[in-house]
Design a protein around this ligand. Sequence first.
Ligand SMILES: [Zn+2]
Length: 98
Amino acid sequence: MGLRVLVTAGGPGPVPEHRGPNSAAYKSYREETTFRPAVVCSACYLTLDNRVGVAEIGGQTFNLAGSSRGDRARAMTEPQYREWQRKEAERLGLNDAG
Ligand SMILES: [Zn+2]
């Protein structure tokens, strides 16, 4: 079953205020830390929903948005989850063979 969450790949970065807003580093920081909607399975959610909301999944560090922590992720229904999987497969250019 899937859970809708907001995550950012890249993990916690430096505090933005400590960098110039026009610096390349800040821009890439902003890009890396923009929370995007994602769907994770229950197991991954449990991994992410820790005290700091940061965990490594599949070799990549993810940061779970505060609004998705503490068991507040929105559970998807089975049809919603299938629909998401279908769209995700399309987005990645996969076919339905698998
Ligand atoms: Zn998972």
